[in-house]
Design a protein around this ligand. Structure first.
Ligand code: DON
Length: 312
């Protein structure tokens, strides 16, 4: 059984939003980037972008939030489009089983990050994009790509969040310097980090996020058989990495509970993909112990359960 009737999907989204409004255990809002700590923990949104082009949005679906690590999905697609399979000489494709900002594996594994979704891997991907462009141009390309995917030009980088991370991003600076020493990244760490921090500071609404993820739900196209963003093979590869690595050391648990490729960010957003069915943007700022949104994860579990959308 798999639900596709928009009327029923609207009911399900409404039920999940009602449930989340009553939830008292909402997790902890990230505060290691001071600007993120200001966000109201009571926010919650769920948005589904369907094959028809319709978006079903509930809760705060039109409130902008900081997508943070969800941007790693878009940066990866840009890097694969520009550099192709050569990217895999700089970053692996295995789950790390470690926190998103961990440095431990880098020392034992010749400075090669396990996957493009942990911070080290995403910094390496950003450096790869910078092999073809200067920072301003690279950020412009990532932003343009996201606007194209969402079919909406009203998406921008939040300069306050980027500045806040620039002054507090010591751990990322350590990762970048470590990888520069191994030769995994080629440009000056400061240049790479500046680009990475701005990419993470992209702000958009859950509705826009759902729209921007459609290319992963529909074989690389914005609608089934419609305008193409990337090759189908690449969309499949990105989905595989989201399923296995998209929630860091919570990836196994997310696959077990939800059964969909997903990518989380410390801003509380999760982009999830139900292949052929929908692209899903979920958001609630409180995080669980491994840095993934507590209520967005719970909402996606309820959604998968009620729709039968698990890929398994
Ligand atoms: O680099 C960082 O720490 C943040 N800009 C992004 C981390 C993140 O979103 C991890 N997600 N759960």
């Amino acid at each position: 059984m798999s639900v596709s009737d928009p009327e029923r999907l609207r009911e399900i989204v409404g039920e999940i939003c009602d449930h989340m409004a009553r939830e008292t255990d909402r997790g902890q809002v990230a505060d290691y980037i001071p600007e993120l700590a200001k966000v109201d923990a009571n926010r919650f949104a769920l948005a589904l972008a369907l094959p028809s082009g319709e978006v079903i949005g509930g809760g705060d679906a039109d409130t902008r939030f900081s997508i943070q690590s969800v941007s790693k999905v878009f940066a990866l697609a840009v890097a694969l489009g520009r550099i192709g399979d050569q990217l895999w000489t700089r970053v692996g494709r295995e789950p790390s089983g470690d926190p998103f900002n961990s440095i431990v594996q880098l020392e034992h594994e010749r400075g090669l990050p396990r996957n493009p979704f942990i911070n080290a891997g995403a910094i390496a991907v950003t450096d790869a994009i910078l092999s073809r462009s200067e920072p301003r141009e690279a950020l412009g390309q990532i932003l343009q790509f996201v606007r194209f995917l969402a079919d909406d030009d009203d998406i921008a980088i939040d300069p306050g969040v980027a500045a806040s991370e620039t002054v507090s991003g010591w751990r990322n600076a350590a990762l970048a310097n470590f990888m520069r020493d191994f030769g995994t990244i080629e440009r000056h760490p400061e240049k790479v980090l500046g680009t990475y921090f701005h990419q993470c500071a992209i702000a958009m609404t859950p509705r826009q996020l759902a729209l921007a993820g459609r290319f992963l739900a529909f074989d690389g196209a914005l609608t089934p058989g419609g305008a193409r963003a990337i090759a189908p093979r690449m969309a499949r590869q990105i989905n595989a990495l989201m399923l296995t690595c998209g929630h860091y050391d919570g990836s196994g648990e997310f696959a077990f509970r939800v059964g969909l490729p997903g990518k989380s960010g410390v801003g509380g957003g999760i982009l999830a993909v139900a292949p052929g069915r929908a692209s899903i943007g979920a958001w609630s700022p409180g995080l669980n112990a491994v840095g993934n949104s507590q209520l967005a994860s719970m909402a996606l579990e309820m959604l998968a359960d009620r729709t039968g959308w698990s890929v398994f």
